[in-house]
Ligand binder design. Structure first.
Ligand code: SAM
Length: 218
């Protein structure tokens, strides 16, 4: 069993994120407020679109979605979901529902959602391939799969540092050594937007069209 398998397993991640839940909003969560807001606004969701928030966490993005959409949030961590539930009740978000679920093994039917969003998640899961493949499966052909995340840097010196610190970060629930190329390789996703985001323009918004089942994006 390697370092990645030991630390990035479902049981450990659930425990780590449930421990974070009470301080998440004031720490890690707060640092990404600005980019979360910019990304959700930029989605320009049309009425009645159905959205899945994968790894919804404490639900910091939930009040940002327009009320004319139906939003479903899933997360593995009971503690994070409890905080998200309190946020939903506090803001009266009747268009939002939550479910406890492993993003790598979702119980939704194929093509259930128009848009699948994962904010700071693909590097926080044990098996990003399973999660991305599930995101594609539950998103309809021609729908959008959106990731807001850090991806390993093309600069070889920074990439070397990211690789070096990744085992330490994995104990805290995320990895730093994953490249966008590896995430998209062999998938049906076509990138339509890629933008650097704050803080430090170190994170990326990657918006993709789900070109599965022969869907042709013009
Ligand atoms: C860094 S937090 C991001 C939370 C939120 N998206 C945000 O923007 O603040 C990562 C989240 O992914 C969740 N997570 C990790 N592995 C998961 C899995 N396999 N299935 C579902 N959620 C998972 C964690 O519990 C945590 O809430």
């Amino acid at each position: 069993m390697n370092q990645h398998d030991r630390t990035m397993n479902l049981e450990n991640l659930e425990r780590v994120y449930t421990q974070y839940a009470s301080v998440y909003d004031q720490t890690f969560g707060k640092a990404f407020d600005q980019s979360r807001e910019a990304v959700v606004k930029g989605l320009a969701l049309s009425p009645d679109e159905t959205v899945l928030e994968v790894g919804v966490g404490t639900g910091m993005a939930l009040p940002l979605y327009p009320r004319h959409c139906r939003i479903v949030g899933i997360d593995l961590s009971e503690g994070m979901l409890q905080k998200a539930g309190e946020r939903i009740a506090g803001h009266g978000l009747e268009h939002v529902s939550l479910q406890r679920m492993d993003a790598g093994d979702m119980s939704f039917d194929d093509n259930t959602f128009d848009l699948v969003m994962a904010a700071y998640v693909v590097t926080a899961v044990p098996d990003y391939r399973k999660v991305v493949s599930e995101m594609i499966r539950v998103c309809r052909p021609g729908g959008r799969v959106v990731m807001l995340n850090h991806f390993s840097n093309g600069n070889k010196y920074i990439a070397a540092v990211e690789k070096m610190i990744s085992p330490i970060c994995q104990r805290m629930g995320f990895r730093t050594d994953l490249s966008l190329h590896h995430v998209l390789d062999g998938t049906a996703l076509q990138v339509i937007k890629k933008e650097k985001m704050n803080p430090f323009r170190y994170w990326y918004l990657v918006e993709c069209v789900n070109a599965k089942n022969g869907y042709a994006h013009s």
